[in-house]
Design a protein around this ligand. Structure first.
Ligand code: HEM
Length: 369
């Protein structure tokens, strides 16, 4: 047997359920889930890099919704992609396998498409599961490859457009009683997408909590609220001498915890909405951030810092969010003093903001005018 004989041949895939009819339909669904995932991913990116594209400071649940959709459409894409690849598998082995320049370009674009799509879904899923098996910082790589994937999908649709038109107009090939039914495979792909989205959505939609058997974050954690970064992981311990410094134009004002408690308090019902898609609502009470700053109207932005040496140990609050009445330096959660894992003695909480930017264990507020 020659080595070439070991390379699969299209005719090795006997079922006729594969092919254009199924590829097109499942491809369209995949196009919808992937594009929605991409657009909501952009929203997340703009939240994390606020200078690029200003986002509104409301509604309070905005980020919970867009990131919930991002993770759900990403997870729903997994069975759709599996069925799509199953349906086109014989095409990978059409001869010539390499061919001329045009053929190589076409094959190359398909390779980039499949590799980037699989990469995005696998790394996204691992990140949701908090299994950082990959050795790189997830957000910039996931963001960059998202552009590659969406660009590759655009090229793919353009290349396949004549076929898309022809396949759409073509009547469905007759079903073969002895073979798999392509409609059943399509239904299975749709059902798979709905089921995986449903069993992981309990941490996004409270109504689905009972069926969300694979939802990781359904209210577990101190004070009934999930925690991603614990005080132990951040190397933070309760400090009896804790005080807050507000640095403004070279002037430092300090506040003890008793000073903050003596200031007028405001409470707000706000979610912690995580990049992993889950959200959990709570009643927060504390000092409006703007009340800690003289002339908050003249502030360009503030940076809120903590002793956490990790990538999310500090965050920036823009002028609009600073002046929102529900943007708090929170001292209490659901009527109790904050647990250490939730940022005791004081943490930032603001509407329509990723949880990673709701800085815990705040010690410094730096004002830029
Ligand atoms: C993440 C999204 C997608 C991936 C990973 C994907 C992947 C693929 C692959 C690997 C092939 C085989 C290409 C070849 O060997 O030449 C293919 C074929 C095809 N795709 Fe997609 N695709 C996606 C989205 C779409 C979308 C959105 C549409 C429709 C608008 C679509 C329509 C088609 C069609 C019509 C074919 C030809 C099928 C045939 O002739 O058997 N695909 N796709």
């Amino acid at each position: 047997m020659k080595p070439a004989d070991l390379i699969p041949r299209p005719e090795w895939y006997p079922t006729r359920a594969r092919g254009g009819w199924l590829s097109l339909r499942v491809g369209l669904w995949l196009g919808v889930t992937f594009t929605t995932c991409f657009l909501t991913g952009l929203i997340s990116h703009f939240h994390q890099h606020p200078g690029l594209f200003p986002l509104p400071d409301g509604p309070a649940w905005g980020y919970a919704l867009s990131q919930g959709i991002h993770v759900t459409t990403g997870i729903a894409s997994i069975p759709l992609l599996a069925v799509k690849l199953w349906s086109v598998a014989p095409r990978f082995w059409h001869r010539p396998l390499v061919g001329g320049v045009l053929r190589m370009l076409e094959r190359g674009s398909v390779l980039v498409l499949v590799a980037s799509a699989v990469f995005e879904l696998v790394t996204g899923l691992l990140n949701v599961a908090e299994w950082y098996a990959f050795g790189f910082f997830f957000p910039p790589v996931h963001y960059a490859v998202a552009w590659v994937a969406i660009g590759a999908i655009g090229v793919h649709i353009a290349v396949q457009l004549p076929k898309v038109r022809a396949l759409w107009a073509e009547p469905e090939p007759p079903a073969d009683a002895t073979d798999l039914n392509r409609r059943d495979v399509l239904r299975l792909a749709g059902l798979g997408a709905v089921v995986v989205a449903g069993v992981t959505a309990g941490d996004k939609i409270p109504l689905l909590r009972q069926v969300g058997v694979l939802s990781q974050r359904s209210g577990n954690g101190p004070q009934g609220l999930p925690v991603n970064r614990s005080a132990v992981a951040a190397g933070v311990v309760a400090d009896p001498d804790w005080h807050l410094s507000v640095l403004d134009q070279g002037v430092e004002r300090t506040f003890s915890l008793a000073d903050l408690r003596a200031l007028p308090q405001h409470s707000a019902l706000l979610p912690i909405a995580c990049v992993e898609g889950w959200n959990a609502w709570a009643s927060w009470e504390g000092v409006p951030l703007r009340d800690l700053i003289d002339d908050p109207g003249g502030v360009a932005q503030v940076t809120v810092r903590s002793p956490d040496p990790g990538g999310y140990g500090a965050s920036t609050v823009n002028k609009q969010t600073l002046n929102h009445p529900d943007t708090l330096l929170a001292l209490r959660l659901n009527g109790e003093q904050l647990a250490l894992d939730h940022g005791y003695p004081a943490r930032l909480i603001a509407p329509n903001r990723p949880g990673a930017l709701q800085t815990k264990w705040v010690t410094v507020i730096e004002v830029r005018r």
